[in-house]
Structures are given as C-alpha cells and as structure tokens.
Design a protein around this ligand. Structure first.
Ligand code: ADP
Length: 386
C-alpha cells in the first residue's frame, strides 16, 4: 500500500471509530475528534447520555451484553472504551473478526478486577500496598488487622465499593463479597500520571498531577503540575511507565499513585482510558488526553504532553439533596474571570455525588491555581432547578 493511501486511512471521515460508553469522557473525546474530522460512533444504554446528541452515530444498547456489543461493533474499524465495565467477551469476539480493539480486551479484563490488578503488580515487582484476596470481605475483614482498606474486586467506581475499616464495629458493615483487603497507606499526596502508548510503540507521559478527594472519594479538585520534588516526579513517571511496559498496554492508561509519608511511590490502581485527573490537559498541555487517546489507537504520532501553564481543575459534583434538572449557581458570574474554562457535560439530571461538569483555571503557579479553585468552590454550587 502506498504511503499516501495509508495516510488517508489513518484518520478522517472514512475511519469508523466506536466508543463503548457515552459519558463525559466520550463527549470530550468527540470534541477533540472534530478538529481532525474523526467521526465517533457511540454505544450506551442511556439515550440521553452526554454523547447521544453529538455522536456521529448513537446506538442504544447494553455495554455488558456481548451480542449487542458484537452487533454494534462488527462493521467498525476501531473500537475503544470510555468505561472499563463492558463485555470483554463481546470485544474478544470483535477482535477475532478483525476489528481493532484498543485497549486489548485482556487488559480490560485484568484492570476491571481489582484483585487481578493487585496480583499483577505483585508478580511484576511494581510497588503497591500489601494485600490479600478474600471470598467474603465481611467474614474476613479482621483477618489482616486494622485499619484495612476493603475494595470490591469488581463493580465499584468513583469510590463506591471502597471502604476503610478502622474498628471492629465498622468491620460488621464490610461488603460481603469477593474483595481485596489491603494495608491502609499513610498518604502524603494522591498523584496520577497519564501514559499514552500508541500502536507503533511510541510512549509519552504527562506531567504528574495531584488530586484532592472529597468525603465521597470523588476527585474534588486537582493541581497540575504536582507540587513534588524532581526525584518524586521522576519516580512517579518511572513507575507509571513500568506498568504500561509490564502489561504491554496500548492506548491511554491513567496510573493512580500514592506518595506515602516516607516518600515511597505506590500504585493504587489504573484506568485504561481518559481520566478525571487529565481534564486540565485540554487547556494546559500541548495535546489533550482525549486527542492523545485517539492518536494512540490510530497509530498517529503522539502529541506534545508538555504543560504550558500551571492549572487546577474543580469537579462540579451534585450537592447534597440535588435531584432534578441541573443548575450551576455562581458559575455564570465566574465566567468573567480570565483563564477560566467551564465544561458542562450535558447530563439531563443532577443527583447527589454525580459528576456534572468541571472548571479548569490557569494561573502562574500551581499554588495560585489551587487558590483560584478553592475560591470558586465556595461560590459555585451544583444543585437542581426549582
Ligand atoms: P475507585 O476505583 O472507586 O476510585 P480507589 O481504589 O481509587 O477506588 O480508592 C478510592 C480512594 O480510597 C483513593 O483515592 C484513596 O483516597 C482511598 N484509598 C484507596 N486505597 C487506599 C489504601 N490502600 N490506603 C489508604 N487509602 C486508600
């Protein structure tokens, strides 16, 4: 095949790219795709999901139904995900039919199960907190001593399915399901590194980000670049790359890390897709994580990941009791501020704890950016309209 023909096939309106999942991550990827006239087709169970009205083609269907995934994906060129809880059986069948499935279904199956993930790190010498896998987390909650962090092996997300057990009383409320019981880390900072690895083998990492979580275990805000020493920055990137290499992963991998009080970097978990900790890359880095994902799976050169400005990002999360049509009080007034970029995800209903949008602010330093989001946090509320 001539070079030119290959180039023409690399991207453009004729390449059919499918996304399993139509939430905000898919939506921001569609925004990036438009610049390259890439057309994204989406499968999601919810006809009112954030991608439904803007996807090139939207199909309603169950992401965990192998038949539905196969029927939707069989005529596509490339299939990827914005969520890992999908039918890997369906994706494996698509791969066998010649559809490019990236990330690989085997990686999705490994990552979806927190127990398999932890075993993988242990087997490959990747630093992570010590753990045990148990069949019934409630019956065995006290087997490793307290405090202990219990995680459901599958099905949890955004902090649901994770609990810290500090007392015997709390152990009575442990999940009675197959779980990981892991040592509680004495956390100094929660860091993350997004790594892109293309089908060509090219690899790039983004600068390390620090995330601050709220009481629901959702990312409250992030600061980028992280305020850490050069040595910790280098170690975080090294550990993140070692996960990608050990897995032989292709696509975008978000590696969530703990920096403990002794200065050790430990892997918490990974996500095989765009991630909340990379939202600031849209405005603050040479290439957004969303465009990078597309470049990686299509074998295009990876974009520049260098950060052009310090940034912070505030998640707009449904407040206590929110339930109905969303309303963002204080946001309109904030739009007057320079270097402030809102992203509202187009969800039709707000609920308590639901991620509805985010705001990125740019500033001269990470500290200044953090101060800006802390001030915004006091003025913006995500509620429902009356
Ligand atoms: P999810 O996949 O639901 O986001 P995580 O595994 O990332 O769950 O855990 C959610 C949060 O719980 C983490 O961001 C961290 O704050 C806390 N956490 C998880 N594991 C540990 C641990 N071993 N020690 C201390 N805190 C932890």
């Amino acid at each position: 095949m001539a070079e030119g023909t290959q180039d023409a096939l690399a991207f453009g309106p004729d390449v059919r790219i499918g996304f399993l999942g139509g939430g905000q991550l898919g939506r921001m990827t569609i925004q990036a795709a438009l610049d390259l006239d890439m057309r994204i087709e989406v499968l999601d169970p919810d006809p009112q999901c954030p991608c439904a009205r803007i996807a090139h083609q939207f199909t309603q269907g169950d992401l965990n139904d192998a038949e539905a995934v196969i029927a939707w994906g069989r005529s596509l060129d490339v299939v990827t995900v914005e969520i890992e809880n999908v039918s890997t059986e369906g994706l494996t069948a698509l791969k066998a039919m010649g559809v490019k499935v990236l990330p690989d279904p085997a990686h999705l199956a490994l990552i979806r199960d927190k127990g398999l993930q932890k075993q993988f790190y242990a087997e490959h010498g990747i630093p992570t907190s010590d753990f045990a896998l148990v069949e019934d987390g409630r019956a065995e909650a006290l087997s490793r001593g307290l405090p202990v962090v219990q995680k459901l092996r599958t099905g949890g997300y955004d902090g649901r399915g994770v609990q810290v057990i500090r007392t015997e009383e709390e152990a009575r409320y442990a999940f009675d399901a197959p779980s990981v019981l892991e040592d509680a880390v004495d956390i100094e900072k929660e860091l993350s590194v997004i790594v892109a690895r293309s089908t060509t083998g090219e690899v790039k990492t983004y600068p390390v980000v620090e995330s601050v979580f709220n009481e629901l275990n959702l990312v409250d805000y992030l600061v980028a670049p992280a305020r850490i020493s050069e040595a910790v920055e280098a170690e975080a990137r090294r550990v993140a790359l070692s996960v990608v290499e050990a897995m032989d992963f292709v696509g975008l991998l978000a590696v969530e890390l703990f920096l403990d009080k002794e200065g050790n970097i430990l892997v918490n978990e990974v996500a095989p897709r765009a991630h909340n900790s990379g939202h600031h890359t849209i405005e603050a880095c040479g290439t957004s994580q969303f465009e990078q994902h597309l470049r990686a799976i299509l074998g295009l050169p990876l974009g520049d990941t260098a950060q052009r400005s310090a940034a912070a990002m505030l998640n707009l999360i449904g407040g206590a009791g929110a339930n109905g049509v969303p309303l963002y009080t204080g946001l309109a007034a904030a739009l007057a501020e320079p270097g402030l970029h809102p992203h509202i995800y187009g969800k039709v209903a707000v609920r308590e704890g639901r991620k509805m949008g985010h705001v990125t602010v740019l500033a001269d330093s990470p500290d200044a950016a953090e101060q800006r989001v802390l001030a915004l946090r006091d003025h913006i509320s995500t509620v429902h309209a009356h």
